[in-house]
Ligand binder design. Sequence first.
Ligand SMILES: Cc1ncc(COP(=O)(O)O)c(C=O)c1O
Length: 388
Amino acid sequence: VEPAAPITQYRERAGIIDLSWGHPHPDALDTRAWAGATADALVRHGWEALTYGYTAGPGPLLEWLGAHVGRTDARAATTSETFVTAGASHALELVTTLLTRPGDMVVVDSPTYHLAIRTLAGHEVEIVGAPSDEEGIDPDGTAGLIEAARRAGRRVPLLYLVPTYGNPTGRSLPSRRRAALVEAARRVGTRIVEDDTYRELGYGGEAPPSLWSLAPDGPVIRIGSLSKTVAPGVRLGWVNAAPELIRELTGIGYVESGGGVNHTAALTMAAFARSGGYDVHVAGLRRRYARQRDALVDALRTAAPPMPVPSPDGGWFVWLPLPDGVTARSLRTVAEKHGVSFVEGSVFFVRRGGERHVRLSFSLFDEDVLTEAGTRLGRALHRVTGTR
Ligand SMILES: Cc1ncc(COP(=O)(O)O)c(C=O)c1O
């Protein structure tokens, strides 16, 4: 007989605390509030909640998103600058479909979100890692790379990065580099796709202004997500871009055919936001994920041999540099014997790089489990460095 078909993407591995999943903590998924918002949306909008939706997304969500962006960033969005998608992944897929042709070159930060590389790779483009250092992407070096490709006759329509509480590094691009990168993109005529998925999950000060907010004249396309702040299962995200690009998105054949993406969930989200539930919920998430981060980081600092253990200001990931002579590959084998796992750093690079880093996600587990995971990884590190 066939095994039962699974419900979730997450798969438990017996005896292993698997820090590779960038998934929310189950208790952060508020089923009761979502049920209330669903009923509210259906009562308030009646049949309009269940029919084909306006192609850019339903008015109530476009309006809330536009104002909301103004509260979490340095600039609000108008409804004509906003398009509702089925998550940030879908936003990237749509924008890549619109802007690229087979054979184009696409530039990505190094390192960057590994599944964005996968998404781009589905478009027969050549993906090239941008020059970068400890502070993040190098604007001048990136402009030089794009100009050289242009001289060789290539089109370079887009540059993808996660500049705020990045996946995998947890770092944010410093202000002067933000300004320089926007300027460089303008100069070379390449659109920046700014993946702003983690903006609202900052644990210290304010998130820096987005690249999008710095460039009202349109070189930046920002993609947002409600997966980390509300729930990935509802599949909701958005694009902020110049009105012409938003119009092009609404004109994509399957959007015209199917109407607004995820219309009923989008109206439910608008109801959740209207109830005031969203803001309270996200404030609680920040406290939760800050505690989870601290549990993992403190345990590692206690249990590992002397080595730097960075504590990110936001997002869900610790990007851990490994001691001399230790590779992510060799550590993983030993770590799994100690009952803990992670993602090897090399998957976040297009070609080479990251062999001596690992990404640890602290989003999915309780603090006591994360303390145990950090302790196990510390022991594995002692084993591979021969210090115990
Ligand atoms: C940087 C980044 N972008 C996008 C996604 C996926 O977002 P969504 O669920 O909205 O497609 C993730 C999730 O891990 C992510 O880390």
